[in-house]
Design a protein around this ligand. Sequence first.
Ligand code: 6PG
Length: 241
Amino acid sequence: MTVFPDHDGFVNGAADFVAALALASIAEQGRFTLALAGGNTPRPIYARLGTAHHASRIDWSKVHIFFGDERCVPPDESRSNYRMACVALLDHVPLPPGNIHRIRGEDDPAQAALQYEQAMQRFFRTSSPPALDLICLGIGDNGHTASLFPGTAALREQVRWIVPQYVEVMATWRVTFTAPLINAARHVAFLAEGAGKAEMVWRVHDGPYDPDVLPSQLIRPMHGQLHWLVDAAAAAKVQSV
Ligand code: 6PG
């Protein structure tokens, strides 16, 4: 677990982490495949990545952007994870449009999930879950990550890479990466900041394994590395940092 002292340390440190992986992946394999998390926590990190400090060092033509989940809303709607990423980062760096692989939140959820999965299969040219270079994840107050919410069928999906999921507690449809896809990644990074995350970070990181209640515990990369990038407030209850 990497614990940063404060907000600026967290934002700069997490952006440095992503940028370093991008440079290494591009040097090693000529591309960097990155899945973005939604929500509020990553927004300043994305903005930092889009500043000249980082943007000038990364060959964005070799970066491919995916989304770990999406709300089933149009891409210009305020709840859209795609829109958040565009405002914070994607509109500010020279990414070829074809390098942004958007989940079509405006479509029927099942259709959008199937279309995204087929697009990823074409891109990665594989029928088994591909190893994205980095998947960024947030962690919700109820232990969810991506749109893997407690007690939902998506938690038990072992074949599909991408599934639609109706989320009762939010009365909304989502499209989400499944655990098999996330766990195939080379690197997975939980991003958590603030005292409000401390309880859940502690329970997920140190508590008993109970993934139906704490879906974030499903995230156990098979061959890759799991990273926790947190600030001191979010790490306050964790014993085994
Ligand atoms: C989403 C995210 C979701 C998010 C967590 C944490 O679409 O909302 O993918 O999993 O990462 O809910 O959200 P915050 O960063 O806003 O606390």
